[in-house]
Design a binder for this molecule. Structure first.
Ligand SMILES: *Cc1c(COP(=O)(O)O)cnc(C)c1O
Length: 223
């Protein structure tokens, strides 16, 4: 695919998502802003450049190393770029993550809170909650949310809100409602929830950030 067709594809997909987001906001009486986070993991350079040319500035990545490769140079060239880590973070990558990312959405355990707090200037964080209680999935269990929040705050980390990835096999709505309730009870304003298949539902339940990958860039290519 040549660069120009990639540009029109991505620009058009982006416009379409933004207008569906607008419609969902209107339908659910939301007049606060909802941010579209373009999840750029695995996507080829021409699509990234197309997104930037279309004026997009907020991107999500799920791996520190891959994100450094993709954004290391662009970081200095693109004004107002905002990079958000949406994948699990190992404590030994905390330093690199703090250098690259503007927000870490996946704080999920005390050990990681301590590793982030030990860095020179840790970015604001969201706490990822494992709302589906899935053993293999990242995220703090709901019962351990309060102790983690307290520890993060005691360490002077800024916790802006909550993030979740609902189980694949279940309707997402109840998980979004639950995450929204957990956030509201704790006075946390940011809610990162909703992906390509369900971002409109997430907006209905109060998402402030939706993380959209394949609907924005096109299918992730294998390999
Ligand atoms: C890949 C990914 C997304 C985007 O998924 P799509 O279904 O392609 O929109 C969103 N959030 C996280 C945490 C991801 O890893």
């Amino acid at each position: 695919m040549d660069a120009d067709s990639s540009f029109s594809d991505v620009a058009e997909r982006r416009r379409d998502i933004l207008s569906r987001m607008d419609a969902s906001c209107t339908a659910h009486n939301r007049d606060d802003p909802v941010t579209l986070v373009a999840v750029s993991k695995v996507q080829p350079d021409d699509r990234i450049d197309a997104a930037l040319r279309a004026g997009h500035r907020v991107f999500g990545e799920n791996r520190v190393q891959e994100a450094r490769t993709r954004w290391g140079e662009r970081r200095g060239e693109v004004q107002d770029l905002e990079l958000r880590l949406v994948g699990p973070l190992q404590t030994n990558k905390a330093g690199q993550a703090c250098e690259l990312f503007d927000v870490i959405e996946t704080l999920d355990r005390p050990k990681l809170a301590r590793a982030l707090a030990a860095q020179a200037s840790p970015p604001p964080c969201l706490i990822q909650v494992n709302t589906g209680l899935e053993p293999q999935k990242a995220g703090v269990l709901p019962e351990s949310l309060d102790p983690l929040l307290a520890e993060a705050r005691a360490l002077q980390l800024t916790v802006q809100g909550l993030m979740c990835i609902p189980p694949m096999a279940e309707p997402a709505g109840p998980h979004f409602a639950y995450l929204a309730k957990l956030a509201k009870q704790r006075g946390l304003g940011v809610l990162s929830m909703g992906m390509s298949a369900d971002f409109e539902t997430a907006i209905a339940f109060g998402a402030t950030h939706v993380r959209v990958g394949s609907a924005f860039f096109g299918a992730r290519q294998p390999g």
